[in-house]
Design a protein around this ligand. Structure first.
Ligand SMILES: Nc1nc2c(ncn2[C@@H]2O[C@H](COP(=O)(O)OP(=O)(O)OP(=O)(O)O)[C@@H](O)[C@H]2O)c(=O)[nH]1
Ligand SMILES: [Mg+2]
Length: 424
């Protein structure tokens, strides 16, 4: 029989033990009470005393106060900005593929820069498109309708001739060779996007397409770079165009130059687009799914007249002239070459090619692309030719060990890398 006194002592000791066991779950209590040897991970884990670093309380940064956040916000909103916007041509069905592009542009740059987004469509944007895109945007969002008279194949195009052209391209397996909407899109991007009423108030634009990738942080404002360095056209990737899509584009361009020699400037980038001083077109062009540009150039007399001259030939429909070679030929002929800027530090992918910044630039900007996977030095890229326009070294040369592109056209494989990709 246990005496009542012993009962109390045992109950007290039991309570103490239970309390200790419960408190041992808490790491701070456990660290102060358990012998070192019994602390979890002390003998079997690879963490030793030397690897455990006590962080003094003062070294742990405290979160910013709301007042500090307000001051930072105010400083950012009053920072110098260019008169610029992202310009997006898209269908309602492009929404989710586009949101992945938009989210990356916001995350890498626009969350702090806060430029507006202008969306254009040949049909009214639906509520879902507007809801998702405006939720992601840091700047204002604007949604515009493209008038049918501008978008659709004009009446004066001979439809029989255009249909024959399309059939021919289907046979040749030219990507989008069958498509009239694709041709509408190319003509609109060549001659009209910069004149749309929602786009007219802006000077600079950045074209963003669905399904692109932006690999690196942008720690500066590329619109301000364009403005301050008086650049007019910016690109990341360049490549050779399919000959089959533009059989008569160069002839039409030469005709325009002959009739309007005043628009062709000295010191232009003709050697980028021609290997024989302007006699023949070498098919090099800037890939226009990424463009940062000054739209005052597209609105200039030289470019508008050039576009109208091309449009009259009907090549947007009889052939399949792309806005990329049209923009590139104009920029290379009507601008001094220094006004064209290669955004070497913007890591960018539009299937199936990418430009990945190299070395220090790759690390400093926290890029997530593989440096070795850059299209720049591939045979079908024209970027090496672009770099050669600046022999004084103002533009980076390929680093040692990087793949180099063959210089002679005859070394380049016959099969274009995009042919068969999505042929009809
Ligand atoms: N509103 C509208 N936008 C279009 C139409 N066709 C293409 N676009 C847009 O125009 C841009 C270029 O079209 P894409 O289909 O990306 O053409 P691409 O870049 O040559 O080819 P892929 O990207 O490989 O399909 C994209 O932003 C599209 O969303 C169309 O019929 N209507
Ligand atoms: Mg695209």
């Amino acid at each position: 029989m246990i005496s009542p006194r012993l009962k109390y002592v045992l109950a007290f000791v039991g309570t103490l033990v239970t309390l200790h066991l419960l408190l041992s779950i808490h790491p701070t209590y456990r660290d102060h009470t358990l012998p070192k040897a019994l602390r979890p991970g002390s003998s079997s884990s690879s963490v030793t005393d030397e690897t455990i670093v006590d962080i003094p309380e003062a070294a742990v940064p405290s979160p910013p106060t709301s007042e500090e956040l307000r001051i930072a916000e105010e400083a950012n909103s009053s920072r110098k900005k260019a008169n610029a916007a992202f310009v997006v041509l898209a269908r309602n069905s492009d929404l989710f593929e586009f949101l992945s592009s938009m989210r990356q542009v916001e995350d890498r740059f626009n969350h702090w820069a806060r430029y507006d987004w202008v969306f254009l469509n040949d049909e009214p944007f639906d509520g879902q498109f507007k809801r998702y895109t405006s939720d992601l945007a840091s700047g204002e969002t604007k949604y515009g309708l493209i008038p049918k008279e501008i978008w659709e194949q004009p009446d004066w195009i001979d439809e029989d001739k255009a249909a024959k052209g399309r059939e021919q391209m289907i046979k040749m397996k030219v990507i989008y060779g069958h498509s009239v909407p694709y041709r509408n899109m190319c003509r609109f991007n060549s001659g009209y996007f910069f004149r749309h009423e929602l786009v007219l108030p802006y000077d600079y634009y950045w074209r963003v397409e669905p399904g692109i990738k932006l690999f690196c942080d942008l720690n500066y404002d590329p619109f301000l770079l364009m403005q301050e360095q008086e650049k007019v056209y910016g690109f990341t990737l360049s490549l050779l165009e399919y000959k089959e899509t533009i059989p008569t584009l160069w002839e039409a361009t030469k005709e325009f130059m002959k009739e309007n020699p005043q628009y062709v400037v000295d010191g232009n980038a003709v050697d980028f687009i021609s290997d024989d001083g302007g006699e023949d077109y070498n098919l090099c062009h800037f890939w226009s799914n990424f463009e940062i540009g000054d739209m005052r150039f597209w609105r200039s007399e030289a470019y508008i007249k050039y576009f109208e001259h091309l449009d009259k030939q009907g090549g947007f429909y009889y052939e399949r002239w792309g806005d990329a070679p049209v923009h590139s030929l104009a920029a290379a002929l009507f601008l001094p070459k220094e006004k064209i800027h290669w955004f070497d530090d913007i890591g960018y992918r539009h299937e199936p090619f990418q430009h990945c910044p190299q070395g220090k630039s790759n690390r400093d900007q926290k890029c997530w692309c593989d440096e070795k996977d850059s299209f720049d030095w591939h045979g079908y890229s024209c970027t090496r030719r672009w770099v050669a326009q600046f022999p004084d070294g103002t533009i980076r040369k390929p680093a040692d060990g990087q793949r180099t592109a063959p210089w002679k056209r005859s070394d380049i494989p016959e099969q274009h890398p995009l042919i068969n990709a999505t042929a009809a």
